[in-house]
Design a protein around this ligand. Structure first.
Ligand code: CDP
Length: 229
């Protein structure tokens, strides 16, 4: 573990399934920082909305009225970060293809983004935090000391997500997973409010040919150098 008095904010943004969360977890462990998966918050709101309208259609009018009733917490266990929605552990449920296919639609709504980014900004008030997502370096923490932007080919990302879902006991075809990743990339980069884009001062890393450990080493080295300066 790395112990350093100076605390900074680390933002990791990038395309779907580039390993942002895995890196954030490893780094949080190494630097003894807290870790927030902002995507899990958008997924939790999407899951809530799908419970309201089980036919798979999001009723935005109803959802926006219900935002006051949505409380998202994170619990840290040996199994990793658990996402708690109104007291219920929904960590597995938010990884379903149903949530995958609606989350970018929900995340394109400006009121929902405001609702979640306000909470995310508060989480960084004492620094010593790593957050991953789509708009962390651009909107949530524009003055984060360390920003990364991860990219990889859609096929590699789909393969990775497919295997990850199998581990969760979720069986979707590789093609469904790939299509979802392509759709989400498109929606996330083209939406009007806080689209996915690299912050000017973010370090871009193409991870297609790198192992988890190699990426971790790259990020760790950058962070250590920021902490020493
Ligand atoms: O893990 P993966 O990269 O597949 O996605 P995620 O981080 O769980 O995020 C799921 C979705 O939430 C993304 O496709 C975005 O539509 C949305 N999101 C966002 O708009 N802004 C964030 N800061 C994080 C996620």
């Amino acid at each position: 573990m790395f112990l350093e008095k100076k605390k900074i904010i680390i933002a990791i943004d990038g395309y779907a399934s580039t390993g942002k969360s895995s890196q954030a977890k490893l780094l949080a462990n190494f630097f003894n920082y807290s870790y927030i998966d902002s995507g899990a918050m958008y997924r939790a709101v999407t899951y809530y909305a799908l419970q309201q309208e089980p036919k798979g259609e999001i009723n935005f009018q109803l959802l926006l009225k219900s935002l006051v009733n949505i409380k998202i917490d994170f619990l840290y266990t040996i199994k990793g970060q658990q996402t708690i929605l109104n007291g219920k552990n929904i960590s597995k449920k938010i990884r379903s293809l149903e949530v995958d296919s609606q989350v970018s639609n929900v995340a394109s709504n400006e009121h929902i983004r405001f609702f979640l980014t306000t909470q995310q900004k508060m989480m960084g008030i004492n620094k010593g935090i790593i957050m991953d997502g789509r708009d962390i370096g651009t909107v949530v923490f524009p003055s984060a000391e360390c920003k990364f932007f991860l990219t990889a080919s859609p096929e590699i990302r789909a393969k990775r997500r497919y295997n990850e879902q199998l581990k969760f006991g979720i069986k979707n075809s590789y093609n469904e997973v790939l299509q979802n990743i392509i759709n989400r990339d498109y929606m996330d980069t083209s939406r009007e409010v806080n689209p996915l884009k690299k912050a000017k001062d973010a370090i871009a890393i193409e991870v297609s040919d790198l192992s988890l450990y190699e990426v971790f080493q790259l990020l760790k080295t950058e962070i250590v150098s920021k902490l020493k300066n």
